[in-house]
Every structure is written in C-alpha cells, then in structure tokens.
Design a protein around this ligand. Sequence first.
Ligand SMILES: [Zn+2]
Length: 450
Amino acid sequence: MKLLMIAASLFATLAMAGENDRLHTLKSFSVTGGKAVFADFSEATYQINYDLTQKKATVKAEIKLDTAEAGFPIFDSVVAPTSVIFDGVSVSAVETKTPNGETTLRFVNKLAPAGSHTLTVEVPLTSLVEFSDAGVKSAFWTSDLDEREFLERYMPANFEFDQVKMNFIVKYIGAKSKHVIYTNGVVTEVEDNTYKISYPSYYTASSIFFHTVPQGATTEQRFTLKSIDGRDIPAVVYFSKTSWTASLDRLVTKTTAVFHELESDYGPFPHPSITVMQAGSGGMEYCGATMTDFSALGHELFHSYFARGVMPANGNAGWVDEALASWRDDGYQTLSTLSGSTGMSSHDYYTRTTDTAAYSFGERFMSFLDGKFQSKGGLKPFMRYMVDKKVFSPFFVEEFIKEMSNFYGVSVEADFKQYTFGEGNNYSSQLKAKSLIHRKMSIQEMQNYL
Ligand SMILES: [Zn+2]
C-alpha cells in the first residue's frame, strides 16, 4: 500500500512537471519554410567523454522530446554540432535569431509533425576543459547575465522553462588516476573511470552544478546538516588548491549558519544535498550548490529557495529572485514609498537574461511591497508560501503577481506594472551604482578556478 502510494505520488509529480512545461513552452515563430517550434524535452542522456590520451572531450546528447505543433524543433547549443540525428535520420541544424533579435538558438532542419521525437546531437566540449598529465579539469559553470550561458554553453539543452530528466555518463578514457566529481546529482561508479550521474526530473538548463578534477586537486570538508524535517543533508565545502587559499572551517561555519537561517524563514531546505565551492568574485547559484566568494555565500544559498527552488521560467521572471536575495542581503528593509521605474518584467518575449536592475531597484521594490503588507506580516509569509506551494514549478512573472494578489487578497498588478513593466530603467544613479553580486566572469577568468 505504501509502495503504491509512493508510486502514485511520484507519478503525480512527474505529470505535474510535464504539465507545467506545456504551460510555459514558448511560442513558435516563423522561419523560412515553416515554423520553429519549442519542444518539451522529457529526458536527456549526455555521454561525456574525456579522452586523456587524445586530450579531447566530446558530448553526445540523446534527447526525447515532444512538440505540440508541426514545425522545425528548437534546441540550443552554443557550439556548432558535429552530428544531428532526428528520429533516426541524419539532418542539419540551423542557427537563427528570434524575431526581435533578443536571443539566438538552433533548430533541427527537418519539418516534423507534432508528437514524440528523438534527437541525438554531438558537440566537441572545449569550454572550461583543461587537460594535464594528472588528468582533466572540467566544469559547466553558468551565468544569467548574458544569453546562452546555461547548460547550452557546453552541450545541447533546452530553454530555461523546461524541466528535463537528465543523466550524465562521464568517462575518463585512459585515466591513470581517479577523478573527483562535485555535482548536485546522484553519482554512481558504473565501472572503472566511468560514472553515471542522475539528476532530479525537475531540473532545468540552469540547475546543474558540475565540476570534475583529478583526485587531490581540491581541498574539501564533508559534513551533514540536520534539517528541521529530520533529514541529514550531506554537505561539502571545497576549493581548488592551485587557485585559492581559504579556510574550510570558516566555510562550514558560514554554510551551517545560513542553512539554519533559511530553514527558519522558509522551511525545510528544498534540495537533497549542499555543495559549496569557494572561488571567484561574486557567485552563481545552482540547485543546492554554489560557486561563490565568501561574502556572497548567504546570497547564493538563498537562491536554493528562490531561483533554484521557486524557479523563473524565463528572463522576465529572473529578476524576482535577485530582488528577493538582495532584499535579504540588506537585512529585509521596509519602505513606504518608492520612486522610479524599470522594464525588468517587460523585455522582449524570448529574453533569457536577468535585468541587473533586480539587485538595486528590484530590492527596493521588495522593500516597498514589504511595507505595503506590514499589517499582514510583510513579504516573508508570502515567500514561505511560495516555497511551500510552488517549489520546482517554473513561473512567469504574471503568475508570481497573481499568486501574491491571491495570497494577500489585494491586487498588486498595478504596483508591478508601475515599477517593473516600464520603458527602460529610470531610477536614482546612486542606486544604479550598487555593486553586483553576480559579477560577470569571462571563461578565461573562470578557467583560473578550475
Ligand atoms: Zn543572485
């Protein structure tokens, strides 16, 4: 009976993920000869081969997808594919811009009827890969400040709205020594130098943290954190030996303090593990993981609740979690008035990036909403509600507005319209100067932290 119930509820979760994907699948657009159509990827298995003898890395992605209308199915990969096979037939892929030029993507150059299809794409893996005599260092670090910097920066993937059951098969061909994998999935050694990583079905192109190094290249500490729901959550803090000197104790203490702070504000930690890599300036968030400098650690772990817990489905929703995280960073301040306006919610339809006004004006907007709902406990009860009810269901900003209006029984539509759907960003230059937590790091800079 119990087993049956678990199976039933798992099925319900999967069915919901599929339904949420369908609700958020982006609209098709016209291209020569038909329409380019966004697909709902249901499963993607990535064969990642690090050939240590040849000093070359490749990825082969095997994707199961569904389309709701006939057309050229869309995927993305910054790197040009060396092979594309669609429904068993070798085809080509076309790189194109969206109608208003807000982003670039690829589509399969084959008109396909609506329905279930298979897509196999091979690409060379060249970004953030470094071979040496000791082995290979490689990472799939992301950014939301420029377009095409999620998983598609390294391998074929879908846009951020789509939740995909992903698996990695990682092979170190010709490896003389062991490699370590830091990731937010379940790692199993299937044979010598071959690992399978299974990621939860609610992950999107912005969810995965992956970093591999030859054993001994990092310094780490593993420990467990006791969740308020009784779980012992495995945690690891680490840094690369060659690029950084830091204190593991300090990292453990800070991670533990932030973990308890967030659980007391927003409920049980939403993820099954925690990975903290100290490196770089600023930081970037993943599901239960971060690559961050020490000062941004709290901000980045907050994102395990908002960004990688309550997930944005596109660029126009991406500012919400940055505004909330910045609001926390500055001690949850309250405002009764606000002047200025932004276009954080109203960029062109296919925009994938987050408007950086989120960190400054966005934070003030959250302070303003907190002030507006003082008599109802401010904004925090709503945030906790969102984690409770909407975790792992990517949202558009319109849905966020609706949820908030329903929660407080007062429409906030006019507030969001005034402050986030404007034409461009108009607010004080003093506020604009606020430094960025997610400072843009180039691939060359990130290479130093491998
Ligand atoms: Zn952030």
